[in-house]
Write a protein that binds this ligand. Structure first.
Ligand SMILES: Cc1cc2nc3c(=O)[nH]c(=O)nc-3n(C[C@H](O)[C@H](O)[C@H](O)COP(=O)(O)O)c2cc1C
Ligand code: SF4
Ligand code: SF4
Length: 450
């Protein structure tokens, strides 16, 4: 079985799965239950000055019958007394010495940073995470994302933390910024030992149309919240990868954002994360999801012939190319498996209205859509004759046909087809040699005729 243990800038953990700084990491009793379930580490809910929270404070985006595709919150940092948190951190670390105990911090002045770092290290923290990411409540007070959006301030405060800390310092970045490299490089400049990202995305999850109030609603008012959960994963992956492939980022990354299962985690690791952190999926399904995460990642590593999770870190990073470096002559076309097709015509509609009008049914478009005779629509919109023609020999009536010569290989039809592996994309090898846009522009610039 592959070795899942990691050593992230000196913070050791039996596996790469950490609870993110959030409600599941709010108290000693919770964290101990999480460790019993198998979590390798925790980033304790952010500690700082005493705050008061509002209710309600959470909101969710449900989509097409799926609950909590996205999640939002307007919660602040821990609202439990600092002394209570410190005592519990001490007890948890004593009871679970092999787990990673990172404590998230957010205070304002240099003296406050000195004081709180000493307190959490005395309580047994293996490392600290500087919360420069919270996009609501704390940023208006000059903390959280207002620091994360100012690279110079971020570097200065990171420098303070490095001056005071004996343990590794992770910097947690906000995604609410144009170019994630700026705060990432600023953290490196400030001396950070590692980076964590992403924190939540500034958002409004919805509007109560009866009350005309923003959600989540505090009486009749709402405010910007922080968006997270499965829907933010692509944004988080992009930001992690952008840092991982930059030569200036020479410190490890803890990936966060929409991780719900081992596959999500493996993707973050393959794009450069050494550890991964989870919040929304635990809030939705509980601590026990880590059991499947450990088993799934372990099996995957074995299947790939990898003996340690560390061998997966960054493995997909070289797979990134700027758009201008992609091969313009690589071509694929859609292929429909007639045996699997149920004749729902979703591919036809998608290609007709959203792609290249090259999937054809055996009826006209009007009939295919409504199951009624054509009312002249085909004539009105000058539908190409091929779209009205007879089924190709050997294909059953309900199976649409792809005109391969017209197919641009966008794979929209494959994405919308409800039957697994019914539409696959087939590579078509042409005679043309590989050529990227950049190469083409260079040839033009230097006068080469092609
Ligand atoms: C209710 C809630 C409270 C959070 N509180 C904190 C916090 O105190 N400190 C912090 O750094 N991040 C906080 N976060 C952000 C999470 O740690 C994490 O970065 C974010 O939710 C993305 O991960 P996810 O998609 O797995 O939820 C909070 C998130 C939620 C949903
Ligand atoms: S790949 Fe795109 S263009 Fe080709 S058939 Fe499918 S939807 Fe149409
Ligand atoms: S979407 Fe898939 S199942 Fe439906 S008609 Fe097209 S190929 Fe057949």
């Amino acid at each position: 079985m592959a070795d899942l243990s990691i050593d992230m800038c000196g913070i050791k953990s039996p596996n790469p799965f950490w609870l993110a700084s959030a409600p599941p990491a709010n108290s000693g009793e919770q964290v101990m239950r999480a460790f019993d379930a198998g979590w390798g580490g925790v980033v304790w809910k952010t500690l700082g000055a005493q705050v008061t929270n509002v209710s309600s404070r959470f909101g969710a985006l449900d989509y097409a019958g799926t609950k909590v595709v996205g999640f939002t919150n307007i919660e602040l940092i821990s609202d439990r007394p600092l002394e209570v948190n410190l005592k519990e951190i001490y007890e948890v670390k004593k009871a679970y010495p092999d787990r990673a105990m990172v404590v998230s911090l957010m205070v304002e002045t240099r003296e406050e940073w000195r004081e709180i770092i000493k307190q959490v290290e005395d309580a047994g923290a293996d490392g600290v995470e500087l919360n420069f990411g919270c996009p609501h409540g704390m940023c208006e007070r000059g903390m959280g994302s207002s620091v994360g959006q100012e690279p110079e301030v971020l570097a200065r405060i990171t420098g303070w933390a490095k001056e005071f800390a004996k343990t590794p310092v992770l910097v947690k970045l906000t995604p609410n910024i144009g170019d994630i490299l700026e705060p990432g490089l600023a953290a490196v400049k400030g001396g950070a030992d590692g980076l964590s990202l992403i924190n939540t995305i500034k958002s409004i999850i919805g509007v109560d149309l009866e009350r005309m109030a923003l959600l989540p609603r505090v009486e009749n008012y709402g405010t910007n919240g922080g968006y997270c959960g499965p829907a933010v994963k692509p944004i988080a992956l992009h930001m992690v990868a952008a840092l991982a492939r930059d030569k200036g980022i020479n410190i490890p990354i803890s990936g966060i954002g929409g991780i719900s299962d081992w596959r999500d985690a493996a993707e973050f690791i393959a794009l450069g994360s050494q550890s991964v952190q989870v919040c929304t999926a635990v809030m939705h399904h509980g601590y026990r999801i880590v059991e499947d995460m450990i088993e799934g990642l372990s099996d995957y590593l074995d299947d790939q012939g990898l003996t340690s999770v560390n061998q997966l870190v960054g493995r997909a990073v070289p797979g990134f190319r700027e758009w201008g470096e992609l091969d313009l002559n690589y071509k694929i076309v859609a292929n429909i498996d007639a045996e699997k097709c149920i004749g729902c015509n979703l591919c036809y509609i998608a290609c007709m209205d959203g792609a290249h009008q090259c999937i054809h049914t055996h009826k006209g478009p009007c009939q295919a859509w409504h199951g009624e005779p054509d009312h002249g629509m085909n004539a009105r919109y000058e539908v190409k004759p091929a779209q009205l023609h007879e089924p190709r020999e050997g294909l059953r009536d309900h199976v649409p046909r792809v005109d391969e010569a017209e197919c641009i290989g966008c794979n929209l039809c494959e994405l919308v087809c409800p039957v697994p592996d019914c539409i696959t994309m087939r590579e078509v090898r042409g005679d043309a040699a590989a050529e990227s846009w950049n190469e083409r522009v260079d040839k033009d610039r230097y006068g080469v005729i092609h």
